[in-house]
Write a protein that binds this ligand. Structure first.
Ligand SMILES: [Zn+2]
Ligand SMILES: [Zn+2]
Length: 402
């Protein structure tokens, strides 16, 4: 029989989500949100601790021993002035929960409440991880929490997270085996020529046409050098150079992002870009440097766990499950998923009847709160099936010989 989430829990999740939404916080500075999470965990009688200055971990211990499951929510907002029109809109001028992390944190608190209330039936332990800085800055909030031991005590065997998704209707969840988000690396290019008078180009080495050729040349990495069936993005996002109309520029600065799903493809992007940049610099008689800063790896869902959980949600929880297409977005849940079998679940929040269609990261972003109980149910179901052994993990399957 499908899980029933108590009406009181659904109302509490909605209320918490709105409280977090009204006071969005950025990056690692999610002090108010972390304090709210702690006070809720405390009121529920759930043991909790700080792991990193604004990372909070709550531990629900079942009455019987069993596997340890991790559930992760992010808590940070974006530096966007809100224009959603919601009555509980941001009271901070330049911050907005435009990626749904307010809902992620509230739903995980709802799942913690449900699991805590039913801990007599729970065989195993559920670690609820509330992290800051999913949207950056580097290195993101996940990695410092992992380095501080969040996966180790108790030792987590499998993980899941939810992310709201405006591509999917409310009532639908998306579960896709394999890569679901991209690796994202930043790059910075400096082009140095020699300045001069705009009327006498032969006396100078113009950095601007060289930079223009680099922008076009870099596109060849995606268009001509990468298997068309692999996913890759090369975007030059900023370009700056020059002083005025009749001055030849001695330098241009550019920055951009590389995205890829396949680690092998990702691994070639830097050297390919360097070859293009240095070749064009030589041809244009300028100097150029390329600096690549590694960002989040791709999130790779565990094939078996994702497929088993999708089947469970569809058949046992009567939930509409779609195989949502992977995206080229980035997500630092990737670091957890590198350590243990994990599933990133997309939660449908689209509702055209309510006019809820604006994409994440836009100032008009809204989410359909009717999706919140679906999310809570998904998190609780994941915790239950893994702790109960209804879905067995890779190593156990191997030990059992099937
Ligand atoms: Zn985001
Ligand atoms: Zn997000």
């Amino acid at each position: 029989m499908p899980l029933i989430i108590a009406q009181e829990t659904i109302e509490r999740v909605c209320d918490l989500r709105r409280q977090i939404h009204r006071f969005p916080e950025l990056g690692f500075d999610v002090h108010r949100t972390a304090a709210l999470v702690e006070s809720e965990l405390s009121a529920l009688g759930i043991e909790y601790r700080r792991v990193t200055p604004t990372g909070v971990v709550g531990v629900v211990r079942g009455a019987r021993g069993g596997p340890v499951v991790g559930l992760r929510a992010d808590m940070d907002a974006l530096p966007i002035p809100e224009q959603s029109g919601e009555p509980f809109s941001s009271e901070h001028a330049n911050a907005m929960h435009a990626c749904g992390h307010d809902a992620h944190a509230a739903m995980l608190l709802g799942a913690a409440r449900t699991l805590q209330q039913n801990r007599k039936e729970l065989s195993g332990t559920v670690v609820c991880i509330f992290q800051p800085a999913e949207e950056g800055p580097d290195p993101g909030g996940a990695l410092p929490m992992i380095e501080a031991g969040v996966m180790d005590d108790p030792k987590i065997a499998a993980m899941a997270m939810l992310h709201v998704d405006t591509r999917l209707e409310t009532g639908t969840i998306g579960i896709t085996p394999g890569p679901v988000s991209a690796a994202a690396d930043e790059f910075y290019i400096s082009v140095h020529g020699r300045g001069g008078h705009g009327a006498y180009p032969h006396t100078a080495n113009d950095a601007i046409p060289a930079a223009a050729a680099m922008v076009l040349g870099l596109q060849n990495i995606a268009a001509r050098e990468t298997d068309p069936l692999a996913s890759v993005v090369v975007t030059v996002g900023t370009i700056a150079g020059g002083y005025r109309n009749n001055v030849i520029s001695d330098k241009v600065e550019m920055s951009g992002t590389f995205r890829a799903h396949d680690p092998a493809v990702r691994g070639q992007l830097g050297q390919r870009a360097r070859r293009v940049i240095e070749g064009i610099a030589a041809a244009y008689n300028v100097q150029a440097t390329l600096r690549v800063v590694s960002g989040y790896p791709a999130v790779v869902n565990d094939d078996k766990l994702a497929a088993d959980f999708a089947a469970y949600m569809a058949t046992r929880e009567n939930t509409r499950v779609e195989r949502a297409a992977p995206t080229m977005g980035a997500e630092d849940f990737a670091y957890f998923a590198q350590l243990v079998p994990s599933v990133l679940v997309r939660l449908g929040i689209r509702n055209e009847g309510k006019g809820i269609t604006a994409p994440g990261h836009s100032a008009q972003f809204r989410l359909d709160e009717d999706a919140l109980p679906v999310g809570v149910r998904t998190l609780v179901a994941f915790a239950n099936v893994v702790t109960s052994g209804a879905i067995r993990l890779g190593a156990e399957r191997h030990a059992a010989g099937d």
